[in-house]
Design a protein around this ligand. Structure first.
Ligand code: GRF
Length: 205
């Protein structure tokens, strides 16, 4: 039997990218299954959305730091993902930086989506950074995760024009619509083995 890629989705927020992925899987455009959804925020929308779909969803306390998982939390995330036999970790609005042991446990098997055309505007509220900067085009990026922040080989990008009468909120909304198309497309390509990483470059076959 064909072994579908098992996804572990991590998020801290409302979970619209999770939803887009779950819908694409249900529609058959992404040959994968969601093995587990994890969050560092007990009341995160992503957990309730996952539970509504009868998917295993767990809150794991992040511990005592603000921007990363602490020494007990990080191994707990890794154990939960391994117990669910996750092949690919999909970060969907996970607001903490992953460190050494996590990265080593899933080396080359962690992807993230970021709301700008990287390497422009890494970090928080990238749509707001783009709007403040006055760029005319921004967008979103799916990339493999390495030890840098919003770094790592770029898998795919989708551009979004900045309109003259935009507000950061409206721009963010359109970037999210682009994210919901791009992320499933990129994960589908990984699931089908349609890409290889050559140094910094991801080459689609
Ligand atoms: C997305 O905009 C993503 O680019 C960023 O976090 C946001 C998550 O949104 N990394 P959602 O929870 O998927 O709606």
């Amino acid at each position: 039997m064909f072994n579908e890629l098992r996804l572990g989705i991590l998020g801290s927020g409302k979970g619209s990218n999770f939803l887009a992925m779950a819908d694409a899987i249900r529609e058959g455009t992404v040959p994968a299954q969601i093995a587990i959804v994890l969050s560092d925020v007990a009341g995160a929308g992503i957990l309730s959305l996952a539970r509504e779909r009868n998917l295993p969803a767990e809150f794991i306390p992040p511990g005592r730091y603000r921007t990363k998982l602490d020494e007990e939390s990080e191994p707990a995330f890794v154990r939960a993902l391994q117990a669910a036999k996750v092949d690919l970790v999909v970060l969907a609005g996970f607001m903490r930086v992953l460190k050494g042991d996590f990265l080593r446990a899933f080396e080359g098997r962690i992807v993230n989506i970021h709301p700008s055309l990287l390497p422009s505007f890494p970090g928080l509220e990238a749509w707001k950074q783009a709007w403040d900067h006055g760029v005319k085009v921004t967008g979103c990026t799916v990339h493999f995760v390495d030890a840098g922040v919003d770094a790592g080989p770029i898998i795919g990008q989708q551009s979004v024009p900045v309109l003259d009468d935009d507000t950061p909120a409206r721009l963010h909304q359109r970037i999210q619509m682009a994210e919901h198309e791009l992320y499933p497309k990129c994960v589908a390509a990984i699931a089908r083995g349609e890409m290889s990483v050559q140094g910094r470059r991801v080459v689609w076959k």
